[in-house]
Design a protein around this ligand. Structure first.
Ligand code: NAD
Length: 370
């Protein structure tokens, strides 16, 4: 423990007979070891035996293990300041509303919800309870992405013309997984992984799109895609003239990257949306030979993205600041995803009124903690 008081998020994960959530067990719980301001103090699970085992592993008091039914009793637990919601997408609404009513701040996984209306209800519930709401857009706290944002904003690559982003995987596993059920997931590859491309195009430029076009394709008779789409491509036009070309799929092999094309150079993260091992490459015109370019790899120390994101939430609670990625940031992606589906269905470009100013859905930039 440092000399600073530590904020104490609990982790809401769920567990039924199929086991504990992947993200919670494999990434989030281990990430607390790298957190400077937060520690896990309680768990919520449908499987008490497993939850007790994990509680013991992470030094969480046995009396701080809750079920979905006893979740509201968190209101009486001063060990818990923040609830981190890592449930299937459609369940984010209920557990955000109940958590805020229990007097706790909420850190909620992406996508925020499965509809614009639900996302708005989450914002309203947290406002009404005077609690903070942050959406867990881990990339926006990660140093490679922050360096790319800085590069775009400082015009290091000249004028940005095009951003190309791809995120997807050949989705395997159980055919009964919630990600393939529309009611629980809200859609297929777009809300699950395509959202990273959409969010990146927005946080790199700081702008909001004024035009959207899109296409979807789902392989007929693929048993995975009875309810949700397989692939989506979408294009965005921003007020400054930047064009974003994005693709996402549950059908292609791993791609988690983006490249920014500017008038004086390009920069890319490949992989960019992965949990670990991000790689940044840059290219600039050679000052001595106009036909040549200098390609360099920029190496930054690897940081745990989940730890950075969790610490940011703790920092906001302790300093009473607005999170960098509040509910409004998640709501905007939710609105734009609905329009991407609409553009694909109607095969028409959708235009939007320009939004003045940059980063209009974000709070102050996260500060680097020592
Ligand atoms: P998962 O399937 O591994 O875990 C979901 C948990 O919810 C399981 O423990 C399951 O038992 C429980 N659950 C409760 N009710 C359920 C129901 N009706 N149907 C199915 N499961 C139910 O999922 P996950 O990969 O941990 O994803 C959880 C959330 O985290 C999602 O919102 C997802 O988009 C998000 N996520 C974010 C990242 C990231 O990088 N930020 C990565 C993966 C997942």
């Amino acid at each position: 423990m440092g000399h600073q008081p530590r904020c104490q998020p609990s982790v809401v994960w769920a567990s039924r007979s199929i086991g504990l959530g992947h993200l919670t067990l494999e990434e989030i719980m281990p990430a607390f070891a790298d957190c400077k301001l937060a520690k896990p103090t309680a768990l919520v699970s449908g499987d008490s035996a497993k939850a007790n085992q994990v509680a013991q592993q992470y030094g969480i008091k046995p009396q701080n293990v809750y079920s979905y039914q006893t979740y509201d009793n968190l209101r009486n637990n001063p060990d818990v300041d923040v609830i981190y919601i890592v449930l299937p997408n459609s369940m984010h609404l209920e557990y955000t509303v109940r958590g805020a009513k229990a007097g706790k701040h909420i850190l909620c996984e992406k996508p925020m919800a499965t509809s614009v209306a639900d996302a708005q209800k989450m914002i309203d519930a947290c406002k009404q309870a005077d609690r903070k709401l942050m959406i867990a857009y881990r990339s926006q706290y990660e140093p490679h992405h922050r360096a790319m944002i800085q590069m775009v904003r400082s015009k290091e690559l000249g004028t940005i013309k095009v951003i190309q982003a791809d995120n997807g995987q050949n989705q395997g596993g159980d055919l009964n997984q919630w990600r393939l059920e529309r009611a629980l997931a809200g859609g297929g590859s777009l809300p699950d992984v395509g959202i990273y491309c959409l969010n990146a195009a927005r946080y790199l430029t700081g702008e909001e799109p004024i035009a959207i076009s899109a296409q979807t394709f789902t392989t007929p008779n693929d048993p995975r895609f009875k309810e949700v789409e397989e692939s989506v491509t979408f294009q965005l036009r921003f007020p400054s003239g930047v064009l974003a070309i994005c693709s996402t799929s549950y059908g292609f092999h791993e791609a988690r990257r983006y490249r920014i094309f500017g008038s004086d150079g390009w920069a890319q993260l490949d992989p960019g949306f992965a949990y670990h091992g991000l790689r940044m490459m840059m290219s600039r015109k050679s000052p001595t030979n106009s036909m040549a370019e200098n390609i360099t790899e920029v190496r930054l120390p690897e940081k745990n993205q989940f730890a950075l994101e969790i610490d940011h939430m703790a920092d906001c609670v302790m300093q009473n600041k607005q999170p960098h990625t509040p509910g409004e940031e998640g709501l905007q992606d939710q609105k734009l995803m609905a329009l991407i589906y609409q553009a694909a269905e109607t095969d028409k470009t959708i235009t939007l009124p320009p939004v003045t100013g940059l980063d209009t859905t974000r709070g102050p930039a996260p500060r680097m903690l020592k």
